[in-house]
Design a protein around this ligand. Structure first.
Ligand code: ADP
Ligand code: MG
Length: 199
């Protein structure tokens, strides 16, 4: 059976770049054994960022529903906060805020390769909402943002990172940021040890 070697796309969002956290974030991925196979610093256009996300009706509705759940959890009235309690309309508002956020400065786009890379990277990033993220995760260490604060300020949640969540999402996002030939192939010095082939 083939071992599950995966590639995943990570963005260090503009808050991470502007706060000088690029080195610490890269280190967290490198030291767990993930291989950096693509890396760029990009000031992305609104159009490019819009097409990074799936933008399907299900995805937009899902964003709205997650937001409604966190309002319920914090006892907030969605109509007072967002002017509506329709998940589709809330999803559309958040989509626009995400475009503002990801174009508010440069992002670092990278592709990481490793066994279970998609899940390992999501674990290192932590929960989407920094307030709920494990304190050892990157989002938990470096942010305490929440939807209640973010939405009161009419902006996206600043959570430092994007990381692909499925194999399909990773394939789309890697092509979107790196094209067909933008990645490098090489051996890490510790590759044999990490793979347990050095005994
Ligand atoms: P993740 O980035 O963990 O995969 P999602 O794909 O659900 O999370 O959401 C994409 C991004 O949209 C999040 O990283 C966050 O920056 C932003 N976001 C999600 N929910 C909200 C919300 N309720 N209010 C503002 N921004 C949000
Ligand atoms: Mg996502």
């Amino acid at each position: 059976m083939d071992a599950p070697l995966e590639r995943t796309l990570v963005l260090i969002k503009p808050d991470g770049v502007k706060r000088g956290l690029v080195g610490k974030i890269l280190t967290a991925f490198e030291e767990v054994g993930l291989k950096l196979v693509g890396l760029r610093l990009v000031q992305a256009s609104r159009d490019h960022v819009a097409n990074h996300y799936p933008n399907t009706p299900e995805w937009i509705r899902g964003m709205g529903e997650k937001t409604l759940n966190s309002y319920a959890e914090h006892g907030k009235d969605p109509v007072a906060e967002m002017g509506t309690d329709d998940p589709m309309a809330i999803g559309e508002i958040i989509k626009g805020w995400n475009i503002d956020y990801l174009t508010s400065g440069p992002v670092v786009a990278m592709v990481l390769e490793g066994y279970h890379a998609i899940g390992v990277v999501r674990k290192l990033c932590g929960h989407t909402l920094p307030l709920n993220a494990d304190p050892g995760s990157l989002r938990g260490r470096f942010s305490s943002d929440s939807p209640v604060v973010a939405n009161a300020l009419r902006r996206a949640i600043q959570n430092l990172l994007h990381a692909s969540s499925t194999v399909e999402e990773a394939a789309h996002e890697i092509r979107h940021w790196f094209g067909e030939e933008g990645l490098c192939s090489y051996r890490r010095a510790d590759e044999a040890v990490l793979a347990g082939k050095d005994a």
